[in-house]
Design a protein around this ligand. Structure first.
Ligand SMILES: C[S@@+](CC[C@H](N)C(=O)[O-])C[C@H]1O[C@@H](n2cnc3c(N)ncnc32)[C@H](O)[C@@H]1O
Length: 239
């Protein structure tokens, strides 16, 4: 085996646990660097099994205002949607997961600008956080404009697939919502098919090019619309 093959074998992770996509973009400017150093540690969720076990109401306990409901956004990108929802719903605790640090820094700007105190961040792979959550603890979960991975050979990289649907089903309360959206026609069809296979877990309430009434725009949604693509909005309820 060559040195390169050896290295590849050592770093091998099954696709179910690998994270695809960037973690870093351009170097952060002064304000974002400060926010990453000062504000992120205050908002970061650290996963510590012992510590979490001491808080029976985790993740509600993460928020000083002890919200009645906790929402989760997987892959919040620049955080526009997450910050918008948190501002519109101050009684809710909103958790965001995003491994791309430039996106995390951008969310921190929104949090500081609008003085949000109901946001917590897991700056990494959402699957790790979801697996650490107790059963039926979330009232709403968003997976919006996820990476489409259009090539058929990359289909298993798409976030909405059976293992992640089962993960989400475990943590979303009965009656809780799962909101999906995309402007990539192939991904929309794929998500419909994947969710149809999970019809024992979720019921579809909305599948339309018109967003739900309380919709907050996302950056990728706006980019897609500007480029002439048509977003679809899918809303499911946990049975
Ligand atoms: C195409 S962007 C969309 C961002 C945002 N939702 C929007 O609509 O503007 C998809 C985002 O999902 C993030 N992502 C991909 N896999 C993820 C995972 N396993 N956990 C959390 N975020 C993930 C990526 O880093 C990327 O920022």
């Amino acid at each position: 085996m060559t040195e390169q093959e050896e290295k590849k074998k050592k770093n091998y992770k099954p696709v179910e646990t690998r994270l695809f996509g960037r973690r870093k973009g351009r170097p952060l400017r002064i304000r974002k660097t400060r926010l990453m150093q000062e504000l992120l540690p205050q908002l970061t969720i650290t996963l510590d099994a012992d510590k979490n076990a001491k808080y029976p109401n985790w993740p509600t306990e993460l928020f000083p205002h002890k919200p009645q409901s906790v929402w989760l956004e997987v892959g919040f990108g620049g955080g526009e949607h997450l910050a918008g929802q948190a501002a519109l719903n101050p009684a809710v605790g909103v958790i965001g997961c995003e491994p791309f640090i430039n996106g995390v820094a951008s969310l921190l700007e929104h949090v500081e600008d609008t003085r949000l105190n109901n946001v917590r961040i897991y700056p990494d792979d959402a699957r790790v956080l979801i697996d650490a959550l107790p059963d039926a603890c979330l009232s709403r979960c968003f997976v919006l404009f996820a990476d489409p991975w259009p090539k058929a050979r990359h289909a298993e990289r798409r976030f909405i697939r059976p293992d992640n649907i089962a993960r989400l089903a475990r943590v979303i309360k009965p009656g809780g919502e799962l909101r999906l959206a995309s402007d990539a026609a192939g991904l929309v069809t794929w998500m419909r098919e994947q969710m149809a296979q999970a019809s024992d877990l979720f019921t579809c309430l909305h599948d339309s090019a018109t967003p739900p009434a309380d919709w907050v725009p996302t950056r990728y949604e706006q980019k897609g619309i500007a480029a002439g693509r048509v977003p679809y909005y899918l809303l499911f309820v946990r049975k």
